[in-house]
Design a protein around this ligand. Structure first.
Ligand SMILES: *Cc1c(COP(=O)(O)O)cnc(C)c1O
Length: 436
């Protein structure tokens, strides 16, 4: 297993720039912050290439070192030798609930209220449909214009599907959300940490406001789970969904998860009434009968290999204090903002993430009027991986389990160099690929 290490700064980096004259005094602070970091040792649990500084764990989490062996054992032993017997003998059948129970403490839920299934997008379809069915007299769904597009797209699809004249109302600000909560609102549907700028909503306060108006709430936790303490049960949240491949490190296309409050379990729920959500899947009854528990939110056969990878990734959270993870996220992001502003001034980068750490997730975004995509491409060529979000956002994620303060320092060092030398403005960095 290789570990999350960054090479000492070479006198000449891969772009062939002489760096011998660069002032490295600032790195002492980063080294000291790493030395004081209670989570510092956890980076060794991940496999990261030695020549990469990875600031995109908010988009695809790094590979936990334990995953390849777990997958291999499942493939050769449980699939190869066990064959179909492994549904019972290796307990594949309970993997969605078992994995859900491992996510539960990270989101502040009881184990029986979380299940791993499908994608975040599909899970939103399920819980939004279930929520609307619980408020049949009401016609409005409140979202934000800046919500992650898939969430709003799915709401549009659910509205078309139900054909009951529901309306998706886009709020432009937090104040507008509160103002829009009237007695025709069925559901308030928000993403807790915004995917673009990393700003955090007040989950407790907005949930209360929605409930005061008689509405239900759905929180998308794609950028919060694994970053900060969450308290779905304590906030009295109705439904939540979240992502397995971002800060939970479950791998590309990992199963997502969903949460349903105990009071909403039982009876009719979600509309994808497949056999895995049936009260007795192997009774092979002629008609659908919903399971009374969270299993109702399954649809078809679960993806066992994906669940095994996600489960192995979740096992490394055992004993980790999520409060410390949050503190480190705030420190890493704050340190990055400070360094960028100190070293990259005069290059038209504008911070769009909150300056107040309490209002921020584990990511930081800047806009640039023309060079957003090219600057990220130039950084990636230099071994610093962040991402670009159209039209003009440079986005950097700081997964606290494996990102070090010296990584942040080196990342900004390279960013400053790319900007100072205007290296981003080369033709090769202006070609946009399919995934940014
Ligand atoms: C990443 C993300 C998703 C992803 O959904 P998929 O179904 O996994 O593609 C959904 N919502 C938000 C807010 C996200 O950031």
């Amino acid at each position: 297993m290789t570990t999350a290490t960054t090479p000492e700064p070479a006198p000449h980096d891969r772009a062939g720039i002489d760096r011998t004259g660069i002032d490295k005094t600032g790195i002492d602070q980063a080294t000291a912050l790493d030395a004081a970091d209670p989570l510092a040792g956890l980076g060794e649990l991940f496999t990261l290439p030695a020549d990469v500084i990875y600031l995109d764990g908010n988009s695809l989490g790094a590979l936990p070192g334990a995953v390849p062996d777990r997958i291999a054992a499942t493939v050769t032993g449980e699939w190869g030798d066990g064959l179909i017997r492994s549904w019972n003998d290796a307990d594949w059948i309970n993997a969605p609930r078992r994995v859900g129970a491992k996510i539960a403490p990270l989101v502040g839920a009881a184990p029986d209220n979380v299940i791993a299934a499908d994608s975040t997008t599909v899970n939103l379809f399920k819980v939004l449909s279930a929520a609307l069915a619980r408020r049949p007299q009401r016609r409005k769904i409140i979202t934000e214009t800046r919500n992650f597009p898939t969430d709003n797209y799915i709401a549009e699809g659910v509205i078309r599907q139900t054909g009951c004249g529901h309306q998706l109302v886009h709020a432009g600000s937090v104040e507008a959300i509160r103002d829009l909560l009237d007695d025709d609102v069925a559901v308030l549907m928000l993403t807790h940490v915004n995917y673009r700028d990393g700003s955090v909503h007040d989950m407790a306060g907005l949930t209360r406001a929605a409930h005061d108006a008689g509405a239900l709430v759905i929180w998308d936790l794609a950028h919060s789970a694994g970053v900060m303490p969450l308290n779905l049960a304590g906030c009295d949240v109705d439904f939540a969904i979240g992502c397995g491949y971002k800060f939970l490190n479950g791998g590309p296309g990992a199963p997502a998860f969903l949460y349903v409050a105990p009071r909403h379990l039982g009876g009719d729920g979600q509309p994808l009434t497949g056999w895995f959500g049936h009260a007795d899947p192997f009774g092979f009854e002629p008609h659908y009968r919903p399971a009374a528990d969270i299993s109702q939110y399954l649809c078809g056969t679960p993806p066992v290999l994906g669940l095994v990878a996600l489960e192995a990734a979740l096992d490394l959270w055992d004993g980790i204090d999520i409060g410390q993870v949050h503190t480190k996220a705030q420190q890493l992001t704050g340190y990055f903002i400070d360094l960028v502003e100190a070293r990259c001034g005069g290059h038209d980068l504008a911070l769009i993430s909150p300056r107040d750490a309490a209002c921020r997730g584990a990511q930081v975004a800047f806009t640039h009027p023309t060079g957003g995509h090219a600057i990220i491409a130039a950084l990636i060529a230099d071994g610093v991986i962040g991402d670009f979000r159209a039209p003009d956002v440079l986005r950097f994620g700081f997964a606290p389990l494996y990102t070090r303060f010296v990584d942040v320092w080196h990342a900004v060092d390279r960013l400053a160099d790319i900007l100072d030398q205007r290296r981003w403005d080369r033709p090769e960095f202006h070609t946009r690929r399919k995934v940014t």
